[in-house]
Design a protein around this ligand. Structure first.
Ligand code: PLP
Length: 388
């Protein structure tokens, strides 16, 4: 058989393997509580579901433009203006099948052997997987607990070389729940003036899931980098729509047509009823978003308190997204072994920190996108397990 070297390099997202194992254990009769997968436990708000049903009834069954329906691209632009005062030309908005697709497109565009792409570590595992797939060299940007899991501008800038082609940023962040402060982003953008060839992909998919009065700082509001900024965003987390496969990107004008061509080659367009649902999400009432964030906030406090009460565990308070990233080094367990033992022996699914990068050793990711009752039951089991 021929070699398929690039496909030997592709990685994956272990949260899906853990989900499959958790489902298998549950099917075998185990009472499994899933704090592994990162998706809201709420249903998609009913008015959004109705919009998709109406689109189907109204006969929206065919392809749309590869870039998405014009009303939706317009609505994305209006939403970014409403929330951030950001000026986004709808002709630079691409509707894509999930947040992941923007990272796929951006990394494919800049990645090739000899190129370096910087990405957060610990970070969303697909960044590194895709970088390796393209043959580019992955350069981790360390995300450190003692910095509150925020990006350090100084350290990031120090890692740029003449081979750097793309820097991936993510705030609020998966898996650590960190939020990078505006001062740090200001410093980073100022430093990037010395590297005018380096592109930036800002993954802002958790931009509405913030706590303690934190306000989201979008990279869209830095005009000096707009000609090389790709914004990744979408509906999955904000509107509890992970299964609808919806996302959007904002591209520099010079790159937009290349991204459009990738869409034509790979997915033609996002499924049409989903696009009408996405339109209803952006233009309809936002109460459900606020209610979900309030619920996550309440659970966040429960999770942090319960984790900090466990022997050998300490947990910084996450400022965004819906993940806690407790330090478990004091338990003596390697992180992936602990996550596996928790699932197999107590029925609690979490993800080992190393699944998010080299610096993830010593941590596990606990998603609090689950009911408070389930969180209390799961962390009670974890406490008992670690007290043995
Ligand atoms: C940081 C980050 N970016 C992107 C995604 C992908 O989102 P989607 O499900 O819309 O592809 C996720 C999903 O977990 C994520 O955590």
């Amino acid at each position: 058989m021929q070699t398929v070297a690039n496909f030997d390099r592709i990685g994956e997202e272990n949260a899906f393997a853990v989900l499959a194992r958790a489902n298998a254990l549950a099917a075998g009769g185990m009472d499994v509580i899933n704090l592994g997968i990162g998706q809201p436990d709420f249903p998609t708000p009913p008015h959004i579901v109705e919009a998709a049903v109406k689109a189907m009834r109204d006969g929206h069954h065919g392809y749309t433009a590869a870039t998405g329906i014009p009303e939706l691209r317009q609505a994305v632009s209006a939403d970014l203006y409403r929330r951030f005062g950001a000026d986004v030309n709808p002709d630079t908005v691409l509707i894509v099948p999930g947040g992941k697709v923007t990272m796929f497109a951006a990394i494919l565009m800049f990645g090739e052997p000899g190129a370096e792409i910087m990405y957060p570590d610990p970070g969303f595992p697909i960044y590194r997987s895709m970088i390796e797939f393209t043959g580019a060299t992955p350069v981790p940007i360390p995300i450190r607990e003692d910095k509150g899991f925020a990006v350090s501008a100084e350290e990031t800038l120090s890692l740029i070389t003449e081979k750097t082609r793309l820097i991936i940023l993510n705030s609020p962040a998966n898996p650590c729940g960190g939020v990078t402060p505006k001062a740090e982003i200001d410093q980073l953008v100022t430093g990037l003036a010395d590297h005018p060839e380096v592109a930036i992909m800002s993954d802002e998919i958790y931009d509405q899931i913030l706590y303690d009065g934190e306000e989201h700082v979008t990279l869209l509001n830095y005009p000096e980098i707009r000609n090389r900024l790709i914004l990744l965003n979408g509906w999955s987390k904000t509107y509890a729509m992970t299964g609808w496969r919806l996302g959007y990107s904002v591209w520099p004008e010079t790159l937009y047509d290349k991204a459009r061509k990738l869409a034509v080659n790979a997915w033609s367009c996002v499924n049409t009823p989903s696009q009408y649902a996405a339109l209803a999400a952006l233009t309809g009432p936002q109460d459900a978003v606020n209610e979900m964030v309030q619920a996550f906030d309440k659970r966040r406090k429960v999770v942090v308190d319960l984790l900090n009460a466990m022997p050998g565990v300490s947990c910084v308070v996450p400022k965004g997204a819906f993940y806690a990233f407790p330090n478990i080094a004091g338990t003596g367990w390697p992180a992936k072994k602990l996550a596996a033992a928790l699932l197999e022996e107590t029925g609690v699914a979490t993800i080992g920190g190393p699944d998010f990068g080299i610096l993830g050793e010593g941590y596990i990711r606990v998603s609090y996108a689950n009911s408070e009752e389930n969180i209390r039951r799961a962390l009670g089991r974890m406490h008992d397990f670690l007290s043995k």
